[in-house]
Design a protein around this ligand. Structure first.
Ligand SMILES: Cc1ncc(COP(=O)(O)O)c(C=O)c1O
Length: 398
């Protein structure tokens, strides 16, 4: 018999893993399913990306291994975009690294800095790749709870000194998944200062930087003086360009840090498909025009869903960014039971807060991945489940 590793056994169940099976069963049973689970928009990828990909597929040169250097045109387009977007310069050849989606880079970065038993600092609730990557690399993840009273900010000042001393890496993600919280420059300055003091690599996950509303502008970590010494920033084309399945993103940072991640990756993958890199370059070069309508549509969806959820009995604020609503449940209502009942009885997929770790309990997450009308229908259905909990039909178990 095969015995699996302690690391494999330490991985918690991945939150989205079971949903496709349940969904299929409900659809086969004739239910009208509204899936607000994964952060995967229903909007199509940009035409320029599709055209560039189509051209690349006809040219055999793009069918070769990309290796870590990849397509120079992608690195150059990414570097130009960072400069236009944040006013920051990074060398396309040595300070950028194409990723097979930012998840791939985020989950591999612990291998570059962690020795067995070292700590990584992982936000909870949070994107589960931080925890999984830490465990697989043999780190000892320290779970930092994100609390509503603290604006869902990962506060390194609350982390015990003993942990900070053995920490090699912290994952910071604003605009945040799943809470949709955003960070102030003062918070980022404090965080950079602590990472510098303790020599902690700051993995700044900026996957949602362009999905912002009400005029809010999300910064790069590198706008904070001193961040270049200790940070790597991760960007994704998935959400801003509706290209989730294409698997393309990139990391940015100073030469030594990018080189370390490159070295890890050179043993586990051979870079994103070059044709996808060509498509990514085309999208990045037109980012401003392409992202504006996606952002506007998400803002419409946010407004529709927030209003409908309030009408259905939920109390929530309209978030300034990302593509999620993080909705509080009444005290004592278990989020997993709430989400399961909503799915089984109304065909509406939302993610229970507990899927993002224990500190996510008491909330559920809605992804704004369908149009305003469908979001209104889904909100009314969630209101039905809420009413059932008010009648005491949802026992505070599980
Ligand atoms: C916070 C966060 N970071 C990174 C990712 C990964 O994005 P991708 O691997 O598609 O670039 C996601 C995806 O949902 C996310 O929510």
């Amino acid at each position: 018999m095969i015995e699996f590793s302690q690391r494999l056994r330490a991985l918690p169940g991945y939150p989205l893993a079971e949903i496709p099976t349940i969904k299929r069963r409900l659809i086969e049973a004739g239910m009208d399913v509204i899936d607000l689970g994964a952060g995967d928009n229903d909007t199509p990828p940009p035409g320029v990306a599709v055209a560039a990909m189509t051209d690349a597929l006809r040219d055999p040169a793009y069918s070769k291994y990309g290796f870590q250097q990849g397509l120079p045109a992608f690195r150059q387009a990414a570097s130009r975009w960072v400069e236009r977007r944040f006013g920051l310069r990074f060398d396309p050849t040595t300070e950028m690294l194409p990723l097979i989606g930012s998840k791939e880079g985020l989950s591999h970065v612990p291998f570059a800095v962690v020795n067995p038993g070292d700590a990584t600092i992982v936000p909870e609730p949070g994107y589960q790749a931080y925890l999984g990557g830490s465990i697989l690399a043999g780190a000892d993840p320290y779970i930092a709870p994100l609390r509503p009273e603290n604006g869902f900010l990962l506060d390194l000042e609350q982390v015990p000194d003993a942990v900070l001393r053995r920490a090699k890496l912290v994952f910071v993600n604003y605009p945040n998944n799943p809470t949709a919280a955003v960070a102030t420059p003062e918070y980022l300055q404090r965080t950079v200062a602590i990472c510098r003091r303790h020599g902690i690599l700051l993995a700044y996950d900026n996957a949602y930087c362009d999905l912002t509303f009400d005029g809010y502008r999300a910064p790069s970590i590198f706008e904070i003086p001193g961040a270049r010494d200790i940070a790597l920033e991760f960007f994704s084309l998935s959400k801003s360009f509706s290209m989730t399945g294409w698997r393309i993103g990139f990391a940015v940072g100073r030469l030594e840090l990018v080189t370390a991640l490159t070295r890890v990756k050179s043993y586990v993958d051979t870079g994103p498909f070059l044709a996808v890199q060509k498509a990514g370059a085309a999208a990045l070069d037109q980012a401003e025009a392409l992202v504006a309508p996606i952002r506007a549509e998400l803002e419409r969806r946010r407004d529709a869903a927030v209003a409908a959820l309030r009408e259905a009995g939920f109390a929530l604020e309209a978030p300034k960014a990302a593509m999620y609503l993080w909705v509080a449940l009444p005290a004592g209502v278990p989020s997993a039971a709430f989400a399961k009942r909503t799915l089984e009885e109304t065909g509406t997929v939302v993610l229970p807060g507990s899927a993002f770790g224990l500190a996510g309990e008491g909330f559920f997450r809605i992804a704004l991945t369908v149009g305003a009308d469908r979001l209104r229908t889904a909100s009314a259905r969630l209101g039905q489940t809420l009413a059932a909990t008010g009648r005491g039909e949802l026992a505070p178990t599980t």
